[in-house]
Design a protein around this ligand. Structure first.
Ligand code: TRP
Length: 328
Protein backbone atom coordinates (compact mmCIF):
# COMPACT_ATOMS: atom_id res chain seq x y z
CA UNK A 1 0.00 0.00 0.00
CA UNK A 2 1.23 3.48 -0.88
CA UNK A 3 2.13 5.60 2.10
CA UNK A 4 -0.42 8.29 2.78
CA UNK A 5 -0.14 11.63 4.51
CA UNK A 6 -2.70 13.87 6.07
CA UNK A 7 -1.89 17.19 7.63
CA UNK A 8 -3.64 20.44 8.36
CA UNK A 9 -3.15 23.89 9.79
CA UNK A 10 -5.54 26.22 11.46
CA UNK A 11 -6.49 29.29 9.44
CA UNK A 12 -4.49 31.84 11.38
CA UNK A 13 -3.85 34.25 8.52
CA UNK A 14 -0.57 34.67 6.76
CA UNK A 15 2.19 32.25 7.61
CA UNK A 16 5.64 33.29 8.73
CA UNK A 17 9.04 32.02 7.73
CA UNK A 18 9.18 29.56 10.64
CA UNK A 19 5.89 27.96 9.53
CA UNK A 20 7.16 27.79 5.98
CA UNK A 21 10.53 26.21 6.78
CA UNK A 22 9.24 23.99 9.57
CA UNK A 23 6.03 22.78 7.96
CA UNK A 24 5.03 23.82 4.45
CA UNK A 25 8.43 23.33 2.80
CA UNK A 26 8.35 19.84 4.24
CA UNK A 27 4.86 19.13 2.86
CA UNK A 28 6.02 20.26 -0.56
CA UNK A 29 8.93 17.80 -0.49
CA UNK A 30 6.77 14.94 0.79
CA UNK A 31 4.47 15.15 -2.22
CA UNK A 32 7.00 13.20 -4.28
CA UNK A 33 6.90 10.20 -2.04
CA UNK A 34 3.43 10.08 -0.50
CA UNK A 35 -0.20 10.27 -1.43
CA UNK A 36 -1.03 13.57 0.29
CA UNK A 37 -4.14 15.14 1.81
CA UNK A 38 -3.76 18.69 3.11
CA UNK A 39 -6.65 20.55 4.68
CA UNK A 40 -7.35 23.88 6.31
CA UNK A 41 -8.85 22.94 9.67
CA UNK A 42 -11.56 25.56 10.07
CA UNK A 43 -13.55 23.43 12.52
CA UNK A 44 -10.58 23.34 14.87
CA UNK A 45 -10.33 27.12 14.64
CA UNK A 46 -13.76 27.54 16.25
CA UNK A 47 -12.88 25.60 19.41
CA UNK A 48 -11.79 28.91 20.96
CA UNK A 49 -13.43 32.31 20.57
CA UNK A 50 -13.30 33.34 16.96
CA UNK A 51 -14.46 36.09 14.68
CA UNK A 52 -17.06 34.60 12.33
CA UNK A 53 -16.76 37.45 9.87
CA UNK A 54 -13.01 37.12 9.57
CA UNK A 55 -12.91 33.33 9.29
CA UNK A 56 -13.70 32.91 5.57
CA UNK A 57 -10.90 35.30 4.63
CA UNK A 58 -8.46 33.51 6.91
CA UNK A 59 -9.37 30.16 5.38
CA UNK A 60 -8.86 31.56 1.88
CA UNK A 61 -5.48 33.06 2.81
CA UNK A 62 -4.35 29.78 4.32
CA UNK A 63 -5.33 27.87 1.19
CA UNK A 64 -3.43 30.44 -0.89
CA UNK A 65 -0.39 29.95 1.35
CA UNK A 66 -0.43 26.18 0.84
CA UNK A 67 -0.67 26.54 -2.92
CA UNK A 68 1.79 29.42 -3.21
CA UNK A 69 4.38 27.50 -1.19
CA UNK A 70 4.20 24.71 -3.76
CA UNK A 71 1.53 22.29 -2.60
CA UNK A 72 0.47 20.99 -5.99
CA UNK A 73 -3.24 20.25 -6.46
CA UNK A 74 -2.37 17.94 -9.38
CA UNK A 75 -0.60 15.63 -6.98
CA UNK A 76 -2.11 16.41 -3.58
CA UNK A 77 -5.67 16.72 -2.37
CA UNK A 78 -6.17 20.22 -0.94
CA UNK A 79 -9.43 21.08 0.79
CA UNK A 80 -11.24 22.73 3.67
CA UNK A 81 -11.99 20.42 6.60
CA UNK A 82 -15.64 21.49 6.95
CA UNK A 83 -16.27 20.69 3.27
CA UNK A 84 -15.89 17.02 4.23
CA UNK A 85 -18.48 16.64 7.01
CA UNK A 86 -17.54 12.97 7.34
CA UNK A 87 -14.67 14.07 9.63
CA UNK A 88 -17.06 15.20 12.35
CA UNK A 89 -19.16 12.06 12.09
CA UNK A 90 -16.09 9.88 12.47
CA UNK A 91 -15.02 12.03 15.40
CA UNK A 92 -18.19 10.98 17.23
CA UNK A 93 -17.45 7.31 16.63
CA UNK A 94 -13.84 7.74 17.72
CA UNK A 95 -14.98 9.54 20.86
CA UNK A 96 -16.46 6.20 21.93
CA UNK A 97 -13.00 4.62 21.90
CA UNK A 98 -11.27 7.60 23.52
CA UNK A 99 -11.03 7.85 27.27
CA UNK A 100 -12.03 10.91 29.17
CA UNK A 101 -8.86 10.63 31.25
CA UNK A 102 -6.72 10.65 28.13
CA UNK A 103 -8.28 13.89 26.94
CA UNK A 104 -7.90 15.53 30.30
CA UNK A 105 -4.15 14.88 30.18
CA UNK A 106 -3.63 16.86 26.96
CA UNK A 107 -1.22 19.68 27.76
CA UNK A 108 -2.44 21.80 24.86
CA UNK A 109 -5.95 21.71 26.28
CA UNK A 110 -4.64 22.84 29.65
CA UNK A 111 -2.64 25.69 28.09
CA UNK A 112 -5.47 26.87 25.88
CA UNK A 113 -8.18 26.56 28.51
CA UNK A 114 -6.05 28.61 30.91
CA UNK A 115 -6.17 31.41 28.36
CA UNK A 116 -9.94 31.16 27.88
CA UNK A 117 -12.49 32.17 30.49
CA UNK A 118 -14.46 28.97 30.15
CA UNK A 119 -13.21 26.18 27.87
CA UNK A 120 -15.72 24.72 25.43
CA UNK A 121 -16.47 21.01 25.15
CA UNK A 122 -15.20 21.33 21.57
CA UNK A 123 -11.80 22.46 22.84
CA UNK A 124 -11.75 19.41 25.08
CA UNK A 125 -12.57 17.03 22.22
CA UNK A 126 -10.30 18.83 19.74
CA UNK A 127 -7.85 15.88 19.65
CA UNK A 128 -10.67 13.48 18.72
CA UNK A 129 -11.54 15.57 15.66
CA UNK A 130 -7.85 15.66 14.79
CA UNK A 131 -7.72 11.86 15.06
CA UNK A 132 -10.73 11.69 12.73
CA UNK A 133 -9.00 14.02 10.21
CA UNK A 134 -6.15 11.55 10.04
CA UNK A 135 -7.90 8.21 10.34
CA UNK A 136 -10.69 8.91 7.89
CA UNK A 137 -8.06 8.74 5.12
CA UNK A 138 -6.29 5.83 6.82
CA UNK A 139 -3.20 8.02 6.74
CA UNK A 140 0.04 6.30 7.69
CA UNK A 141 2.09 9.46 8.26
CA UNK A 142 1.40 12.90 9.67
CA UNK A 143 3.89 15.75 9.22
CA UNK A 144 3.45 17.97 12.28
CA UNK A 145 5.44 20.01 14.78
CA UNK A 146 6.75 18.49 18.01
CA UNK A 147 3.92 20.23 19.87
CA UNK A 148 1.48 17.75 18.29
CA UNK A 149 3.15 14.58 19.57
CA UNK A 150 0.62 14.06 22.33
CA UNK A 151 -2.33 14.52 19.97
CA UNK A 152 -0.86 12.01 17.58
CA UNK A 153 -0.38 9.53 20.38
CA UNK A 154 -4.07 9.90 21.19
CA UNK A 155 -4.96 9.24 17.55
CA UNK A 156 -2.86 6.07 17.63
CA UNK A 157 -4.55 4.93 20.84
CA UNK A 158 -8.00 5.51 19.38
CA UNK A 159 -7.03 3.59 16.23
CA UNK A 160 -5.61 0.75 18.24
CA UNK A 161 -8.67 0.48 20.46
CA UNK A 162 -10.98 0.62 17.47
CA UNK A 163 -8.99 -2.09 15.73
CA UNK A 164 -8.97 -4.22 18.87
CA UNK A 165 -12.71 -3.96 19.30
CA UNK A 166 -13.96 -4.08 15.75
CA UNK A 167 -11.39 -5.24 13.22
CA UNK A 168 -7.74 -6.06 13.45
CA UNK A 169 -5.59 -3.78 11.25
CA UNK A 170 -8.51 -1.61 10.14
CA UNK A 171 -6.81 1.72 10.82
CA UNK A 172 -3.06 2.05 10.28
CA UNK A 173 -1.36 3.55 13.36
CA UNK A 174 -0.28 6.98 12.08
CA UNK A 175 3.34 8.01 12.57
CA UNK A 176 4.52 11.58 13.03
CA UNK A 177 6.96 12.99 10.49
CA UNK A 178 9.00 15.71 12.12
CA UNK A 179 10.88 18.23 10.04
CA UNK A 180 14.64 18.29 10.61
CA UNK A 181 14.88 22.01 9.87
CA UNK A 182 16.30 23.77 12.90
CA UNK A 183 13.74 25.74 14.86
CA UNK A 184 13.80 29.34 13.65
CA UNK A 185 13.76 31.87 16.45
CA UNK A 186 12.07 35.25 16.18
CA UNK A 187 14.00 38.32 15.06
CA UNK A 188 14.36 39.22 18.74
CA UNK A 189 16.40 36.02 19.02
CA UNK A 190 14.79 35.04 22.30
CA UNK A 191 11.56 33.31 21.53
CA UNK A 192 10.15 31.11 18.83
CA UNK A 193 9.12 33.06 15.74
CA UNK A 194 5.47 33.97 16.11
CA UNK A 195 3.05 36.35 14.50
CA UNK A 196 1.44 37.31 17.79
CA UNK A 197 4.83 38.29 19.23
CA UNK A 198 5.51 40.43 16.14
CA UNK A 199 9.04 39.02 15.84
CA UNK A 200 8.45 37.36 12.49
CA UNK A 201 9.22 37.58 8.80
CA UNK A 202 6.11 36.79 6.78
CA UNK A 203 6.33 34.05 4.16
CA UNK A 204 5.03 36.69 1.74
CA UNK A 205 7.24 39.52 2.99
CA UNK A 206 8.10 42.05 0.26
CA UNK A 207 11.82 42.75 -0.34
CA UNK A 208 11.89 46.17 1.31
CA UNK A 209 10.30 45.32 4.66
CA UNK A 210 12.20 42.02 4.52
CA UNK A 211 15.52 43.82 4.57
CA UNK A 212 14.34 46.23 7.23
CA UNK A 213 13.45 43.32 9.49
CA UNK A 214 16.68 41.45 8.78
CA UNK A 215 18.76 44.55 9.42
CA UNK A 216 17.33 44.75 12.93
CA UNK A 217 17.54 41.01 13.61
CA UNK A 218 19.29 39.75 16.69
CA UNK A 219 22.53 37.81 16.12
CA UNK A 220 25.15 36.66 18.65
CA UNK A 221 24.56 38.75 21.78
CA UNK A 222 28.23 38.52 22.74
CA UNK A 223 29.32 40.09 19.50
CA UNK A 224 29.04 43.75 20.41
CA UNK A 225 31.57 45.10 17.90
CA UNK A 226 32.48 44.06 14.34
CA UNK A 227 36.00 43.18 15.38
CA UNK A 228 34.77 40.64 17.92
CA UNK A 229 34.57 37.06 16.57
CA UNK A 230 31.02 35.72 16.15
CA UNK A 231 29.59 32.33 17.13
CA UNK A 232 27.52 30.89 14.28
CA UNK A 233 26.29 28.06 16.51
CA UNK A 234 24.31 30.43 18.71
CA UNK A 235 23.34 32.92 16.00
CA UNK A 236 19.77 32.90 14.69
CA UNK A 237 20.82 34.53 11.41
CA UNK A 238 23.24 31.67 10.84
CA UNK A 239 20.49 29.20 11.71
CA UNK A 240 18.35 30.73 8.99
CA UNK A 241 21.29 30.38 6.60
CA UNK A 242 21.43 26.65 7.35
CA UNK A 243 17.79 26.34 6.26
CA UNK A 244 18.01 28.58 3.20
CA UNK A 245 21.52 28.94 1.85
CA UNK A 246 23.33 26.48 -0.38
CA UNK A 247 24.99 23.90 1.91
CA UNK A 248 28.36 24.33 0.15
CA UNK A 249 28.39 28.00 1.11
CA UNK A 250 27.74 27.44 4.84
CA UNK A 251 31.32 26.67 5.95
CA UNK A 252 32.47 29.91 4.32
CA UNK A 253 29.84 31.93 6.14
CA UNK A 254 30.66 30.29 9.47
CA UNK A 255 34.36 30.90 8.99
CA UNK A 256 33.96 34.56 8.03
CA UNK A 257 31.85 35.07 11.15
CA UNK A 258 34.28 33.27 13.50
CA UNK A 259 37.26 35.14 12.17
CA UNK A 260 35.38 38.46 12.26
CA UNK A 261 36.24 38.96 8.59
CA UNK A 262 32.60 39.88 8.07
CA UNK A 263 30.36 41.97 10.22
CA UNK A 264 26.78 40.79 10.81
CA UNK A 265 25.55 43.20 8.12
CA UNK A 266 27.48 41.30 5.46
CA UNK A 267 26.14 37.99 6.67
CA UNK A 268 22.60 39.36 6.68
CA UNK A 269 22.99 40.61 3.09
CA UNK A 270 23.79 37.06 2.02
CA UNK A 271 20.79 35.80 3.95
CA UNK A 272 18.64 38.42 2.27
CA UNK A 273 19.65 37.03 -1.11
CA UNK A 274 18.87 33.45 -0.06
CA UNK A 275 15.53 34.52 1.35
CA UNK A 276 14.54 36.40 -1.76
CA UNK A 277 15.50 33.43 -3.92
CA UNK A 278 13.26 31.20 -1.83
CA UNK A 279 10.38 33.62 -1.33
CA UNK A 280 10.14 35.44 -4.67
CA UNK A 281 8.34 32.60 -6.48
CA UNK A 282 6.03 32.13 -3.48
CA UNK A 283 5.16 35.84 -3.43
CA UNK A 284 4.46 35.72 -7.17
CA UNK A 285 2.18 32.71 -6.97
CA UNK A 286 0.34 34.14 -3.97
CA UNK A 287 -0.37 37.34 -5.90
CA UNK A 288 -1.70 35.40 -8.88
CA UNK A 289 -3.88 33.21 -6.70
CA UNK A 290 -5.28 36.11 -4.68
CA UNK A 291 -6.24 37.78 -7.94
CA UNK A 292 -7.91 34.59 -9.15
CA UNK A 293 -10.36 33.58 -6.49
CA UNK A 294 -12.30 31.38 -8.87
CA UNK A 295 -9.24 29.23 -9.43
CA UNK A 296 -8.62 28.75 -5.71
CA UNK A 297 -12.29 27.91 -5.16
CA UNK A 298 -12.14 25.41 -8.00
CA UNK A 299 -9.08 23.71 -6.51
CA UNK A 300 -10.67 23.52 -3.06
CA UNK A 301 -13.95 22.24 -4.49
CA UNK A 302 -12.21 19.53 -6.50
CA UNK A 303 -10.11 18.64 -3.47
CA UNK A 304 -13.19 18.32 -1.29
CA UNK A 305 -14.90 15.99 -3.79
CA UNK A 306 -11.83 13.78 -4.01
CA UNK A 307 -11.45 13.72 -0.23
CA UNK A 308 -15.15 12.97 0.31
CA UNK A 309 -15.01 9.86 -1.85
CA UNK A 310 -12.31 8.39 0.35
CA UNK A 311 -13.89 9.64 3.56
CA UNK A 312 -17.33 8.23 2.71
CA UNK A 313 -15.86 4.83 2.01
CA UNK A 314 -14.08 4.72 5.38
CA UNK A 315 -17.20 5.90 7.15
CA UNK A 316 -19.36 3.22 5.50
CA UNK A 317 -16.95 0.58 6.77
CA UNK A 318 -16.81 2.11 10.25
CA UNK A 319 -20.59 2.27 10.58
CA UNK A 320 -20.88 -1.31 9.42
CA UNK A 321 -18.27 -2.50 11.90
CA UNK A 322 -19.92 -0.63 14.76
CA UNK A 323 -23.42 -1.80 13.91
CA UNK A 324 -24.68 1.62 12.90
CA UNK A 325 -26.88 0.35 10.07
CA UNK A 326 -30.51 0.40 9.07
CA UNK A 327 -32.71 2.36 6.70
CA UNK A 328 -31.52 5.88 5.91
N1 TRP B 1 -3.72 20.47 15.85
C1 TRP B 1 -2.94 20.82 14.69
C2 TRP B 1 -2.11 22.08 15.01
O1 TRP B 1 -2.53 22.90 15.78
C3 TRP B 1 -3.80 21.10 13.49
C4 TRP B 1 -4.47 19.87 13.00
C5 TRP B 1 -5.80 19.60 13.02
C6 TRP B 1 -3.83 18.77 12.40
N2 TRP B 1 -6.03 18.38 12.46
C7 TRP B 1 -4.84 17.86 12.07
C8 TRP B 1 -2.49 18.47 12.12
C9 TRP B 1 -4.55 16.64 11.47
C10 TRP B 1 -2.21 17.27 11.52
C11 TRP B 1 -3.22 16.35 11.20
O2 TRP B 1 -1.07 22.24 14.44
Amino acid sequence: MRKRILSGMQPTGELHLGNYLGALANWVRLQDEYDCFFCVVDQHAITVDHNARALPGLVFDMAVSYLAAGVDPERSTVFIQSAVPEHTELAWYLATVTQHGELSRMTQFKDKSDQQGEASAALFTYPVLMAADILIYKATHVPVGEDQTQHLELARNAAQRFNGRFQKGFFPLPQGLYSNTPRIMGLDGLRKMSKSLGNHISMLEEPKPLWKKLAGAYTDPQRTTVTEPGRPEVCNVYRMHTALTDAARLPVIAEQCRSAEWGCGHCKKELEASLNTALAPIRERAKELKANRALVDQILGDGASKARKVAQQTLREVRELMGIVGPR
